[in-house]
Design a protein around this ligand. Structure first.
Ligand code: MN
Length: 351
């Protein structure tokens, strides 16, 4: 089904040559660090080298598979092709110059497609993709539950991050979705801070933002907990973030503008007096990449669609003092939001 959508965009003598790793994986459902996918009006063929060829032949049924032993192999498929279009987002200038030489006299050009179409397709998740995303999230939540027992005053941010990563991998995670964030106390005011040797102390917020990959698909969640008892100020700020997040989650529906969803959370935090401290976008699409379409930001006028998988992650970051972020991710459905994230969101005090 995916190839015909691309083939419709082609003129008769055009071909797409796709080699972004994510695009290849999306179209073939096969992971490889190298390879070229040639899509012509009436043909689609994946060229992959000997490291993957045998496995690719067994696993790929959506297109032909040929051994890549040089560009002449691809050239043999170019009878009648006048113009090769490569993905502008994934091809370096060096690769582009090389391909121009290799395929001459066939022209090689950058194009808005296939990138644009692939990103549009990827924003609407299939059932299989949704199953992988949910599994990735389940694995991450096992790690969160165990981390709550591991986390205490006296351990370092690095130790907590390493623990979370170990538990995710042990439970079937293929790799990290991104570098795990564990930040505590005043370090928490940097939204994407890097964990360090800092020792977590009583009375501090600890923000943990992490995820794992399953079947090639990413998970993404953030929880902020407090070590010891929360102060009144901590509780006020935490609850403002939580209410903003829950309001936004309730507002999710197909047809809603991404910027309007961002506004729901932002307005709530402004009402509570923390608007200026919510310094990033509300969320983003998640799939084969940790950040993909749609972007849920104040600037994005795209409409949410059924099948989008997005994060909802407001935060408040007060420089020199603290940070709080709460992040869930899930699916946009006819009825609203199917939240993949089940972990408790009431303020957890680790005592
Ligand atoms: Mn996120």
């Amino acid at each position: 089904m995916k190839f015909p959508v691309l083939q419709k965009l082609l003129k008769n003598d055009d071909a797409f040559l796709i080699f972004g790793e994510v695009s290849r994986k999306y179209l073939t459902c096969f992971s490889s660090s190298d390879g070229y996918l040639l899509v012509k009006k009436d043909e689609a063929c994946f060229f992959v080298d000997a490291r993957y060829f045998e496995d690719a032949q067994k696993k790929i049924d959506s297109c032909e598979v040929e051994l890549f032993d040089g560009f002449d192999r691809i050239k043999r498929h170019l009878d009648g092709t006048k113009n090769i279009i490569v993905e502008s987002n994934y091809v370096t200038l060096r690769q582009f110059e090389k391909l121009k030489g290799v395929f001459s006299p066939v022209a090689v050009n950058f194009g808005d497609e296939p990138d644009g179409e692939l990103q549009r397709m990827r924003a609407i998740k299939s059932e299989d993709e949704i199953a992988s995303l949910k599994t990735a999230q389940k694995i991450a939540e096992i790690a969160f539950d165990e981390a709550l027992r591991f986390l205490k005053a006296g351990v370092s941010e690095n130790a907590v991050a390493a623990f979370i990563e170990y538990v995710m991998r042990k439970n079937g995670g293929e790799k990290l979705s991104f570098d795990t964030i564990v930040v505590s106390g005043a370090s928490g005011s940097v939204p994407h801070g890097v964990p360090g040797e800092k020792i977590i102390s009583k009375g501090e917020f600890v923000t943990m933002d992490f995820g794992t990959v399953y079947g090639g698909y990413h998970s993404d969640m953030t929880r902020t907990v407090v070590v010891g008892r929360a102060s009144e100020r901590q509780r006020n700020i935490y609850n403002a973030v939580l209410e903003a997040q829950e309001k936004a989650i309730k507002a999710v529906k197909p047809g809603l503008k991404c910027s309007d969803l961002d506004k729901v959370a932002r307005d709530h935090l402004s009402e509570k007096g923390f608007g200026e401290f919510f310094t990033h976008s509300l969320g983003h699409g998640v799939g084969l990449e940790i950040h993909e379409a749609p972007t849920v930001s104040a600037k994005c006028d795209r409409l949410l669609e059924c099948g989008n998988v997005i994060t909802v992650e407001p935060g408040v970051y007060i420089p020199g003092e603290l940070g709080v972020r709460i992040e869930d991710f899930g699916l946009v459905t006819e009825n609203g939001f199917d939240n993949f994230t089940k972990a408790d969101k009431n303020l957890i005090e680790i005592v």
